[in-house]
Design a protein around this ligand. Structure first.
Ligand SMILES: O=C(O)C(=O)C[C@]1(C(=O)O)C=C[C@@H](O)C=C1
Length: 306
């Protein structure tokens, strides 16, 4: 039975994602995303499940940076989880008397309208996770009056639900990934995604365009691009890419080789089945057979057999 670290404690959305991605796994709650990934790196767990992006808020930057800089980890699976938030408090609480709210920063962003409308005078404080907030609010002497978390966290920590579905949008989803130490990779399915980070050699006009061209000329469709600061000064960025296809696909392999040639460094973050099951249309001339045929043609020319 694999052991997977996750952003805990019990009752986080990440735990819900883990239960769906790996129902058989033993669960190791961690206090934050970095700790969950470190548990996987150190071998205390066989892998980890962490949030990567949200349909309303965008990238979970801690996860992006951890995957870019720390000891390499590979994404082996992804999951899209609808997220619904509740306002949770101790027994007998009333909304009008809530002055201090505790929750994860991602939840603050996703419930901005509710907070402005229903809790205009409340101070909202960032918690390590939504479930950590619920756990804290349940303590008798807690300085917080309410938590914003999943309903299940309220049930788990004995809180009452003062308001349900308080997110700004009903259709918000968070994308979670399962990661493990480099080793075996999921086989291509035809409905795959690949992730990587690329570091520029130097800053020059068209540097990003040159990287994008490596994808574009091979018909590789990007599904996410993100720039993140390198930390070396204002204006210094590296890039995260998610795109359709598997590293075993010729067009993806060629795009990766191209990036490797023009970038200072490229870190491969894994090829894995897409959660939405979408099978992309492969552009004319970009299927594996087209690459093989072109390679054979070139060999015939080079060996004087054309
Ligand atoms: O705090 C949690 O419950 C989490 O699993 C983290 C997290 C996130 O980082 O985005 C996950 C889903 C929601 O978008 C809000 C918080």
């Amino acid at each position: 039975m694999p052991k997977l670290a996750y952003l805990g404690p019990e009752g986080t959305f990440t735990e819900e994602a883990l239960r769906i991605l790996a129902p058989e796994a033993e669960r190791l709650p961690s206090p934050n995303v970095s700790a969950a990934l470190d548990a996987a790196r150190r071998g205390e767990a066989d892998g980890a499940v962490v949030p990567l992006e949200n349909s309303l808020e965008g990238a979970i930057t801690t996860t992006l940076d951890e995957l870019a800089w720390g000891e390499p980890l590979l994404i082996t699976a992804e999951l899209l989880l609808p997220v619904e938030f509740s306002l949770l408090a101790r027994q007998d609480a009333v909304i009008s008397r809530i002055k201090r709210v505790f929750t994860h920063p991602a939840a603050i962003t996703q419930c901005r309208n509710f907070i402005a409308r229903e809790l205009p005078d409340a101070v909202v404080v960032a918690a390590p996770s939504t479930a950590a907030a619920a756990q804290e609010v349940a303590l008798p002497g807690s300085p917080y009056d309410a938590a914003i978390a999943a309903r299940i966290a309220g049930e788990h920590y004995g809180l009452v639900e003062l308001a349900a579905k308080i997110g700004d949008r009903a259709d918000t989803v968070t994308r979670f990934v399962r990661v493990s130490r480099p080793g075996s990779m999921p086989e291509p399915t035809g409905s795959d995604r690949t992730s990587l980070v690329a570091f520029l050699t130097d800053d020059h006009p068209g540097a990003l365009l040159e990287m994008l061209t490596e994808f574009s000329v091979r018909g590789v469709n990007l599904t996410r691009i993100e720039s993140r600061p390198t930390g070396d000064g204002i204006g210094r960025y590296f890039f995260h890419f998610d795109f359709e296809g598997h590293v075993a696909d010729a067009r993806v392999g060629e795009a990766l080789s191209g990036l490797h040639r023009i970038c200072e460094d490229v870190r491969f973050l894994g090829s894995y089945p897409r959660a939405d099951g979408f099978f992309p249309q492969i552009k004319r001339g970009m299927a594996d057979a087209d690459f093989t045929e072109a390679e054979d043609w070139l060999t015939r020319i080079r060996t004087g057999r054309a």
